[in-house]
Design a protein around this ligand. Structure first.
Ligand SMILES: [Zn+2]
Length: 84
C-alpha cells in the first residue's frame, strides 16, 4: 500500500457516488437557504452531474427542510461557478 498523498474523496448526497473533493460542490443550508459552505456547520457535497439533475431538488428540499419549489429556486440562484 502506498502511503503518499491521497486525494480526499467525498460522497455526493444525490447520487451517492464518490468523487475527488475538488470536483464536488460543497454547500450548506442556512436559514432555509442554500449557500456555499462557510467553513462551519453541516455541509454536503453535490457532484457536477447532479447539480443539473431533477433529483437534486428533492434532496435539497429534504436537507434544507424547504419545499421542492423553493429548492428549485435556491439551486437556480446558487453560485456554482464560485465554488471549487
Ligand atoms: Zn451526484
Amino acid at each position: 500500500m502506498e502511503n503518499g498523498k491521497k486525494t480526499p474523496v467525498r460522497m455526493c448526497v444525490v447520487c451517492r457516488g464518490r468523487f475527488p473533493q475538488k470536483n464536488l460542490y460543497r454547500m450548506q443550508c442556512k436559514n432555509f437557504s442554500l449557500i456555499p459552505f462557510e467553513g462551519k456547520g453541516r455541509s454536503f457535497y453535490i457532484c457536477d452531474k447532479c447539480k443539473n439533475s431533477k433529483k437534486v431538488f428533492s434532496v435539497v428540499a429534504y436537507l434544507c427542510k424547504i419545499s421542492k419549489e423553493k429548492a428549485k429556486e435556491e439551486i437556480k440562484n446558487f453560485p456554482f461557478f464560485n465554488l471549487h
